[in-house]
Write a protein that binds this ligand. Structure first.
Ligand code: GSH
Length: 220
């Protein structure tokens, strides 16, 4: 375990940053928040990770990118009382699989809407957006069955999979509303929003809602 505080390059409104912030808040992990709107922070991020995607964690000599890997790194090097990946390898595989579900089949199609809106109108991709909408619908339907009788994505314990599910379902519902018929998904999203670590991340992002390219609804 390292003695210094890790530095998180992040923006409060970013869903992938919120995924890591939820993990940090779950465990009360001390860290330095390098807010990307601070002078020079974006340049530092670009030097660390030329993809310019965030979050990125710097811990001493170590640079870690990809939200899932950052959460796993924190569990290894800055563990707290809440274990976000089960010790049992097979149970951990289940959590990682669900984490991949939320990244690839909820966040990726949701981001497609947003990135498309940010393009100049002449080069927008309505076919791609329609595919993303269909994928989100399929994801909601699958998740509704999956969440039947479950409190959290992997069962009784809050895990890595829920850290991503929280911001991704939050923004997915703003982007392509979850049909109330998917009652298990709606209830899971509400449970996530009531979790103190998630509520804190959502509250910290509130001042930036005007950034949402599709227009933030007046709720949540
Ligand atoms: N695969 C990355 C995705 C990170 C990501 O897409 N972050 C968004 C913010 S939510 C970003 O960096 N957007 C800036 C851009 O696309 O240039 C992860 O898991 O951390």
């Amino acid at each position: 375990m390292t003695a210094t505080r890790p530095v998180l390059y992040a923006h409060p409104f970013s869903s992938y940053c919120q995924k890591v912030l939820v993990a940090l808040y779950e465990n009360g992990t001390p860290f330095e928040y390098r807010m990307l709107e601070a002078p020079g922070a974006m340049e530092e991020l670009t030097a660390l990770w030329p993809m310019k995607r965030f979050p990125v964690l710097v811990d001493g000599e170590r640079t870690v990118f990809e939200a899932t890997c950052i959460i796993e790194y924190l569990g290894l090097h800055h563990p707290g009382p809440v274990r976000l990946l089960p010790e049992d390898a097979d149970a951990a595989l289940e959590v990682r699989m669900l984490d991949r579900f939320f990244d690839n089949y909820v966040s990726t199609p949701q981001q497609k809407f947003v990135f498309d809106r940010l393009r100049p109108e002449a080069v927008r991709d309505p076919h791609g957006v329609a595919e993303a909408r269909a994928m989100l619908e399929t994801s909601y339907a699958w998740l509704d069955c999956h969440m039947q009788g479950r409190e959290w994505a992997a069962g009784e314990r809050f895990t890595l999979a829920d850290c991503g599910a929280a911001p991704f379902l939050f923004y997915a519902d703003w982007t392509h509303a979850i049909d109330p018929a998917f009652a298990n998904v709606v209830a899971y999203r509400q449970r996530l929003l009531a979790r103190p670590s998630v509520a804190r991340a959502v509250d910290e992002a509130r001042p930036f809602r005007k950034y949402f390219p599709l227009g933030a609804p007046d709720r949540d």
